[in-house]
Design a protein around this ligand. Structure first.
Ligand code: ADP
Ligand code: MG
Length: 582
């Protein structure tokens, strides 16, 4: 080897200021991160109300005002010093009940920007102020100020121009900052939140319960349709609101996860949610949910990432099963229950929002004298016994595509015969799959697939799971796998591509998502081909049989593409539409 120069450069210690600026970049990489850290400090200080004011995307100015317990004037200088915190009282990083604990945020912000901290603990006569600009700490001076703390950040990254170059437009940075406040506001409904961006009030919410907070931040119409869940498993509790299958969005923007009070962007939770909805919402669409997980502190490590948004669960599989199980239960609610939220299945209560709506409707119906409606007999003769079912009795078929039915409560039900039957067929095929009857197509010539040794080992370890999914593999030396059979339903997939995907997934998630997803897609395709088409005329008996089967089938409210299988218009809704009732 030839060295360019024989003089080795001298090693010298970096100044504390430079160290802080380097470290600052890890904690505060953009305005949203500064906003998040300041709001977390306000929440940790027990604030009842927090106001966030953002200007110029937060690059120009961020201000966070709280009415929390403040910083004593003797502690102000310490608060902006690196690794000084009031929150870790012992050396164990295990039990962390506060949002902050590293003592890095204020010094990082002070290193990268101009930070002014004004604080007055409720018992202290006057407020005091300290300023840190580019790491230079000013004196502590008395000033005017309300009880609580006001943190002002100006000219973010003026002291670290290299970092400033990586910022996006003020508009994009401002949106990210708003998202950060949105997530924190969802995590702490008991705290009032006001957000002002470029002089516009984005929201102003009092301290409130979780359901109205979700309604305020997800939109009232969206929240109204969401179902509440409450499930527990091995000391881990999952609560919150999740959308029905019919509710989906083009992005994952309406998803919030809170773990032990901390808003997180955790990949495991996101994936679990996606998997829970995989069968009921169309590909490329995203479910809507506000979920809250509570677990013992020692089952969780929050000290994985400087921004503390990723976690390590001691029992990741347990957490995933809990999320998928609880939401799965919510989604397979049979139609009779899904449309009758007053009688939810045990263990899952309806959301407060729905309960209130239901109560309001009951009240309106009582007023209208409709609480004991006269049995609504269809005009067209049909078996009267059928009207007592949730989807009612079929009375007609229109356009050889839709079945019209009338239920006992007078509701008019319109069923898309193809969409409905497709779901029934798919669920039957899935039942066969789950009973272990996945057909394997043996390969005439087994295929050898070369893989990195660790991936090959992962696949071999999951061979029994793969066999249940119709895939036969065997070890073939350290870095290869021999494929002897593939699921028949897949019709000659590319074995190598499938194995590469599966190996990566086993490494990431411990499950065979791509195989399951492909089998799902294959099932859906099969179901589609084996289902009655639009355009086929049905007898009344066939129509009623279809309705009764739908009532018995999980997830029957949507087809495999996520479209609704039926629409229901209640008697009250019909009356309202015709202007018979106000
Ligand atoms: P951390 O939150 O990890 O402790 P920070 O740098 O964010 O570190 O804050 C340092 C300390 O300053 C906190 O431990 C806390 O004592 C004090 N502090 C910061 N912001 C506030 C606030 N809004 N209200 C009360 N005390 C605060
Ligand atoms: Mg903090």
């Amino acid at each position: 080897m030839v060295l360019a120069s024989m003089d080795s450069p001298a090693i010298r210690r970096l100044s504390a200021q430079i160290v802080n600026r380097i470290a600052a970049g890890e904690v505060i990489e953009r305005p949203a991160a500064a906003v998040k850290e300041l709001v977390e400090n306000a929440l940790d200080a027990g604030a009842r109300r927090i106001e966030v004011i953002i200007a110029g995307g937060g690059i120009e100015r961020i201000e966070v005002i709280d009415d929390g317990n403040g910083i004593a004037h003797g502690d102000l200088a310490l608060a902006v010093e690196n690794h000084a915190t009031s929150k870790l009282t012992d050396e164990a990083l295990v039990r962390i009940n506060t949002l902050g604990f590293r003592g890095e945020a204020l010094p990082s912000i002070g290193a990268a920007a101009r930070l002014t901290l004004i604080s007055r603990p409720p018992g202290q006569d006057a407020a005091y102020k300290i300023t840190v600009a580019g790491g230079a700490v000013g004196p502590v001076v008395p000033c005017a100020g309300a009880a609580g703390t006001r943190a002002i950040v100006e000219d973010l990254f003026y002291a670290t121009p290299a970092r400033r170059k990586f910022l996006r437009t003020p508009r994009a940075e401002g949106e990210a900052a708003m998202r950060a406040v949105w997530r924190l506001a969802l995590s702490a409904p008991q705290t009032g939140f006001r957000l002002v961006t470029d002089e516009r009030v984005m929201f102003d919410m009092p301290p409130q319960d979780e359901a109205p907070r979700v309604a305020a931040l997800f939109g009232r119409d969206t929240a109204r349709t969401m179902l509440s869940l409450d499930a527990e498993r091995d000391g881990v509790r999952l609560t919150g609101l999740a959308g029905p299958a019919s509710l989906s969005r083009a992005t994952a923007g309406l998803q919030s996860f809170v773990v032990n009070g901390r808003p997180v962007l955790d990949p495991l939770l996101k994936l679990s949610l996606r998997l829970a909805y995989r069968d009921v919402i169309p590909q490329g669409r995203h479910p809507v949910a506000a979920l809250r997980l509570s677990l013992p502190d020692d089952a969780l490590d929050v000290n994985v990432h400087p921004a503390k948004t990723e976690l390590r669960f001691a029992d990741a599989n347990g957490v995933r099963s809990l999320v998928m199980g609880a939401i799965g239960q919510l989604l397979v609610r049979p139609i009779s229950l899904a449309t009758a939220p007053m009688a939810p299945p045990s263990g899952f209560k309806s959301s407060g929002i729905m309960m209130r709506d239901q109560a309001a409707r009951g009240f309106a119906e009582a007023e209208l004298g409709l609480l004991t409606p006269p049995a609504a007999r269809p005009v067209v003769r049909s078996d009267p016994a059928e009207t007592n079912y949730p989807l009612g009795a079929a009375v007609a078929q229109i356009l050889e595509t839709y079945v019209l039915a009338v239920a006992a409560d007078g509701a008019l039900v319109i069923i898309d015969q193809h969409a409905a039957h497709e779901r029934l067929t798919e669920e039957r095929l899935r039942g066969e799959f789950e009973a272990g009857a996945v057909l394997t197509q043996a390969l005439l010539l087994p295929v050898v697939v070369d893989l990195p040794p660790y991936e090959a080992a992962g696949l071999r370890a999951h061979a029994p799971a793969l066999r249940r999914l119709g895939m036969e593999i065997e070890a073939f030396g350290p870095g290869a796998v021999l494929v002897r059979g593939l699921p028949a339903a897949l019709k000659n997939p590319d074995a190598a591509a499938l194995l590469h995907d599966l190996a990566a997934e086993f490494a990431d998630t411990g499950t065979a998502i791509s195989l399951e997803a492909r089998l799902d897609a294959a099932l859906a395709r099969l179901a589609c081909h084996r289902s009655i088409r639009a355009g086929r005329r049905l007898t009344v008996e066939e129509m009623n049989a279809l309705l009764r089967a739908m009532e018995q089938t999980p997830r029957a409210a949507t087809c495999s593409h996520g479209r609704p299988t039926f629409l229901k218009l209640s008697k009250a809704e019909l009356e309202k539409m015709f202007g018979r009732r106000g």
